[in-house]
Design a binder for this molecule. Structure first.
Ligand SMILES: [Zn+2]
Length: 329
């Protein structure tokens, strides 16, 4: 063995040991690598650094990398928490966080914010309010007046209403009724309305001529200004005997004593006092002019019954359909 040989042997030894050492070391690195994680740390200056660490707590990772939080800095995730899933730790200035919040607030218009700061005043006020009266109609009973009649005048009532009113810059923006108290009840207006018997009166038409204008009797003169209705009535005659009336007093429904060639009985659709002219009796003492003074159980609105002085006279007349002129007032 020469000197050179000895040197190569020791070199081989060194290489061999080195290889073993490298092998052992790399084994150790592989073993350690299993616990290490890559974490990204973003500093407040936006500088990003990637670190390899075995720690999981935020504070420990920062400490390991010699990063100290300043007073005006915040960290996400929180310093005492475990590292987040995306393995990023972000450090920001507190003022930047506030700015972000401020930017969010700016999306609400400045006007809206100012509006909400304008003072709203609330007041409780009491007002007197008129309660309008109601109009009630009643059907007139029996033989009434032709026109509608006010039987009771209406009087408005009064109530005290309490409101909660909200004003903004002296402008009323809301008014809510809280309570109300009636001071005076209204009085209803009551109107008596004449019953209009449309269905029971048929076969009528307005006359184109007025017989009263050329007649000379007192009764005719009294209705001269009225336009008559022309209608054909089923006409019969009666007297005051019990056969005709069931009684024999001679007193009509109007209260007046029946008079021949004057009294006529008609249906309830024609009020007492209505004047009827029957041309068929124009040659009679009354000139054909009658007044509705009586009623009768069998007298409908299509029938009239002419009062005559005797029963035989009434029988002799029998029954006829006669055209009549009706004067209503
Ligand atoms: Zn009779």
């Amino acid at each position: 063995m020469n000197k050179n040989d000895k040197a190569s042997v020791s070199l081989r030894k060194i290489l061999g040991i080195s290889l073993i050492l490298i092998f052992i070391t790399s084994m150790g690195v592989v073993a350690t690598n299993a616990k290490l994680v890559n974490v990204k740390i973003v500093l407040s200056s936006n500088y990003e650094m990637k670190v390899l660490t075995a720690k999981t707590k935020v504070s420990e990772i920062l400490e390991e990398n010699h990063i100290t939080l300043l007073e005006d800095e915040v960290v996400v995730p929180d310093i005492n928490s475990e590292i987040s899933e995306n393995k990023t730790i972000k450090i920001s200035k507190v003022s930047e966080v506030e700015q972000e919040v401020a930017q969010l607030e700016e999306t609400v218009s400045t006007e809206q914010i100012l509006e909400s700061y304008k003072s709203v005043i609330e007041k409780i006020i009491t007002e007197q309010v008129v309660i309008p009266y109601e109009t009630i109609t009643k059907e007139a009973v029996g033989e009434g007046t032709k026109q509608n009649k006010v039987v009771q005048n209406g009087i408005n009532g009064l109530k005290e209403v309490t409101y909660k009113v909200r004003y903004q810059n002296d402008v009323e923006i809301e008014k809510v009724e809280i309570s109300s108290k009636v001071i005076k009840e209204p009085v209803n207006k009551i109107v008596e309305v004449k019953t209009i018997q449309v269905t029971s009166r048929s076969g009528e038409r307005l006359a184109t001529t007025n017989p009263a204008a050329t007649a000379s009797t007192k009764l005719a003169k009294s209705v001269e200004g009225i336009t008559p209705i022309v209608k054909k009535f089923n006409t019969s005659a009666y007297c005051s005997c019990s056969k005709c009336c069931g009684k024999s007093t001679g007193i009509t429904a109007s209260g007046a004593r029946a008079s021949s060639w004057y009294t006529i009985a008609a249906g309830k659709g024609y009020k007492l006092g209505t004047v009827i002219y029957i041309p068929a009796f124009a040659n009679k003492p009354n000139g054909g002019w009658f007044v509705v003074q009586d009623r009768g159980g069998a007298i409908s609105n299509s029938k009239i019954d002419v009062y005559m002085g005797s029963h035989s006279e009434a029988l002799q007349f029998g029954r006829k359909t006669l055209e009549c002129y009706v004067y209503e007032f």
